[in-house]
Design a protein around this ligand. Structure first.
Ligand code: ARG
Ligand code: ZN
Length: 849
């Protein structure tokens, strides 16, 4: 049922729950069309609440009967839930409802995926399962009985018995309803064991559809590594006898940390060398870690309300990034995260969807699972660690776990822990949680009498609803190099607290070259007007790997922007500096591959827009192509050597070392490919025995215009594997020229394997279009119109994924009048759709501004 007028919810309106919940007992009688859910819940009035209104959330439920202390009652029903007269003392609530999992295409609540029952309750899906106070500050232990014919029937916690046609589970840890999960189906497991540091024996399982058993081993290793890492790094141990992971094909997000029963999008857990790329392996390892780490930062300590989402997500993303840095290469992880943050979060922060890391209002909470809440949220934790240092950070975290275990906490609680542990005042730091927008940091410097002075100015442009911004505390990590390239001042964290502030370094023999914002010490935009000679110097000499990479990125941005604006030729100083770097075999191959990466075209558009001009996506694409061609001509011999030298001859392993070699070799392939008409790519495609090599070759063949046969062969080889076919759809669109992208996408939506029912498939096609910047923003408006058609079709099926995909339009106002008119028409058409979901209505309304 849809709301007539979507309501805005405000953080300021928070009130404690009127009733608290004791043990919860649920019985499920499974049936695809009519599942019965029988609940028995102990309620007691909350002394901390002024209200005595008994309200339970409930949506799309058929109420069969309800009783209080065994007496039938007739509650008052609405589209949002029910109210009922209740006694002014503890009482037992019982209800029986009917739901239809097979008809649930929104993939929220209890639904079916490939004949298997599964759930997704975060944020507010439990209310689609039964009547309940569906808010995270209501926590209770759950006992669950599942009745059905399924071979495997799982819920949270520990197994409590099973027999013919039933299984019972008991979760002793009080939890909010959003962490509830149920899975039932004919699944097979990849089992293992783990012994915690205090000796608890834990049974581990990854549950999959028959046929996928051989794709679980990597995920299981990642899980065990995560469990060990959290014990060693944060002193956090697992707290149940079993830990189950289930792979599900139809899933709106990546994965979900349900207590003891994590549910994963199959693309985020299933892995094999033949079907997964090196990047997939790295991502799977990180997501398994992320969900596992939530057991402490999310489950044992949860959020008081959904405005506090970053409390669990920012911290858990930060923890999974630390884990990846420890398992693989810390500089490579940091550079990849910065690329991601700039591509997604800076873009969000600079557009109509900008919101604080802790928002103060929302219409649909599912629209706030954003790069700002997650990735910028993680950056805030990183800044706290940078400001206070390793020891104080872990001291604060110990206090957090000790003080708040079992709580539904807030950002105020979190900051108070840091204040109490460190004795510092975090009033100003809190602005990072409250103010949207990315601070711009401009720099000037001065050298006289051996003293070098750096002066910084911070400024944050207005964002929707926040015209004025106050200065924030910014940790700026700085090092100084002398003219020989030696470091004369090692990394020092400057604590900027004012709008404008100077820092002096004395006793220097000559004017140093500064290396600023080392390791990307704050999520800010550096407006550093320096020259290319200095950038080349830093690329060659900086001791901070992040800033070495950044110097290379600044060089390529500079040449691309001059090519776009002035029609300049590619800068030879840039080409020389990059060539020197990639030829140098003492350098990490992963670092060289990263240095060969080009900035996303969308980021170039943003820079041009920020400088007050109107970006032309076609011109940006053309400049990028011209630069690629110039690099190919300049680097041909080096690329040929690197390609041969970095071939991996050992059997495939998804290790950081092998991945780095393949990454550099495939970057070399991309260079050679522009000159040999796809010959080398064809050889690699024909001989590939793993997906990393096969997909890199396929991508090269398509961009060389020689992809037709390989595209057909790839499909034939993989048509039985949904996850590989997702790659097949995406790669054809990612590599399409601007004018071909929308037509190609349209053709692919006619393919028999295209379906809007599966979010992965929808994203692999329409998400790929949105990611092809010059194609999606083509002046014809065909990209906008096609995406609008598909979103209008998807909205009644799956509002969450529709709303999320609307972000493709968030940059529309950057472009020229013709493109704007096309985009506006597409957005208005979506908005005018009868019965449009609350999710999509909110997103399109905000994007239109
Ligand atoms: N808590 C999950 C995670 O971070 C995300 C699930 C969100 N799902 C949703 N439908 N909003 O791993
Ligand atoms: Zn998470």
């Amino acid at each position: 049922m849809k709301d007539a007028s979507p309501q805005t919810i405000y953080l300021a309106d928070y009130t404690p729950p009127a009733f608290l919940v004791g043990p919860v007992t649920l019985t499920f009688r499974l049936d695809p069309e009519k599942t019965r859910v029988i609940s028995k819940i102990e309620f007691r009035p909350n002394p901390a609440s002024q209200s005595d209104t008994f309200f339970l959330h409930g949506e799309n439920l058929t109420l069969i009967r309800a009783a209080i202390d065994g007496q039938e009652v007739t509650p008052e029903l609405s589209a949002q839930g029910l109210t009922c007269a209740v006694p002014d003392r503890p009482f037992t609530w019982e209800a029986e409802v009917e739901i239809a999992p097979a008809a649930n295409t929104a993939l929220e609540g209890l639904y079916m995926s490939n004949g298997m029952y599964c759930t997704q309750c975060e944020a507010e899906g439990f209310r689609k399962i039964t009547y309940y106070p569906d808010r995270p500050d209501v926590m209770a232990p759950f006992t669950v009985r599942i009745e059905g014919r399924e071979k495997i029937m799982l819920s949270n916690g520990n197994p409590a018995g099973r027999g013919d046609g039933w299984a019972e589970w008991h979760d002793p840890w009080p939890k909010p309803a959003y962490l509830f999960a149920l899975v039932a189906g004919d699944l097979v497991n990849h089992p293992d064991r783990f012994t915690t540091k205090s000796g608890r024996e834990v049974e581990l399982n990854i549950w999959v559809r028959p046929g996928d058993e051989d794709k679980c081993a990597f995920g299981m290793e990642a899980l065990k590594k995560s469990m060990t890492w959290d014990e060693e790094t944060y002193g956090r141990e697992y707290d149940l006898d079993v830990f189950n992971i289930v792979a599900v094909d139809d899933f709106n997000m990546g994965a979900m940390e349900n207590k003891g029963l994590n549910i994963f999008n199959s693309s985020c857990v299933l892995a094999s060398p033949e079907t997964s790329t090196d990047a997939n392996f790295e991502r799977i390892e990180a997501i398994i870690a992320h969900e596992y780490f939530h057991n402490w930062t999310g489950n044992r300590i949860t959020c008081r309300d959904w405005f506090q989402l970053c409390l669990k997500e920012g911290l858990t993303v930060f923890r999974d990034a630390q884990f990846t840095a420890d398992m693989r290469s810390a500089p490579v992880k940091r550079i990849e995260d910065a690329i991601m943050l700039r591509g997604r979060q800076f873009r969000e922060d600079n557009g109509p969807l900008a919101h604080p890391v802790r928002p103060d209002s929302f219409v649909e909470i599912n629209n706030f699972y954003t790069a700002t809440v997650y990735e910028k949220g993680a950056e805030l934790i990183g800044m706290l660690k940078t400001l206070f240092g390793h020891d104080e950070y872990y001291k604060a975290l110990d206090l957090y776990f000790q003080r708040h275990d079992g709580d539904a906490a807030t950002i105020e609680d979190w900051l108070k822990v840091f204040e109490d542990a460190t004795g510092r005042d975090l009033t100003q730091f809190k602005r990072w949680y409250e103010q949207a927008g990315t601070p711009r940091l401009s720099i000037s410097d001065d050298f006289s009498n051996g003293t070098y002075t750096l002066t910084f100015k911070q400024e944050t442009p207005p964002t929707p609803g926040q015209p004025q911004k106050d200065p924030r505390v910014i940790p700026i990590a700085v090092g100084l190099l002398n003219p020989n390239g030696d470091e004369v001042v090692p990394t020092t964290v400057l604590e900027m607290t004012q709008a404008e502030q100077s820092f002096a370094f004395d006793g220097l023999a000559s004017r140093p070259t500064p290396s600023i914002l080392r390791d990307f010490s704050a999520p800010v935009i550096l407006e550093h007007k320096t020259d290319n000679a200095t950038r080349a110097f830093l690329l060659a000499n900086d001791t901070d790997p992040f800033n070495r990479w950044q110097a290379g990125r600044d060089l390529v941005l500079d040449t691309l922007l001059r090519m776009i604006r002035q029609g300049d030729a590619p800068d030879s100083a840039y080409l020389d500096a990059l060539h020197r770097l990639i030829r140098d075999d003492t350098q990490d191959p992963a670092f060289r591959a990263l240095a060969l990466g080009l900035p996303p075209q969308d980021e170039l558009a943003q820079l041009i827009h920020d400088a007050g001009a109107v970006p032309d996506p076609q011109a940006i694409w053309e400049a990028t192509e011209t630069l690629k061609q110039a690099r190919a001509e300049a680097f041909q011999d080096t690329a040929t050597r690197l390609y041969a030298q970095y071939q991996v001859t050992d059997p495939y392993r998804p290790s950081a070392e092998q991945a780095a070699a393949r990454r550099l070799a495939n970057a070399a392939l991309g260079i050679i490919n522009r000159l040999d008409g796809g010959a080398l790519a064809q050889r690699q495609f024909d001989g590939a025995d793993n997906m990393t090599q096969q997909l890199a070759a396929l991508s090269a063949l398509i961009s060389a215009g020689k992809g037709d046969a390989a595209v057909a062969r790839f499909y034939d080889q993989w048509k039985h594997d949904r996850l590989v076919i997702d790659k097949w759809f995406a790669i054809q669109i990612q590599n399409a020229a601007p004018q071909d992208a929308a037509p190609r996408t349209k053709d692919l939506t006619q393919h028999p394997d295209f379906t809007i029912r599966n979010p992965n498939r929808f994203r692999s096609v329409l998400g790929a279009l949105a990611g092809n910047s010059a194609g999606f923003h083509h002046a014809s408006g065909a990209g906008y119109a096609l995406l609008a058609d598909q979103l209008v079709a998807l909205d009644p099926v799956n509002p969450q994924t529709t709303a999320r995909m609307c972000t493709a339009f968030e940059t529309w106002a950057r472009y020229d009048a013709t493109r704007q008119a096309h985009a506006r028409a597409a957005l208005e058409r979506i908005l005018a759709t009868p019965d449009l979901s609350r999710d999509t209505t909110e997103m399109v309304t905000r994007i239109l501004g």
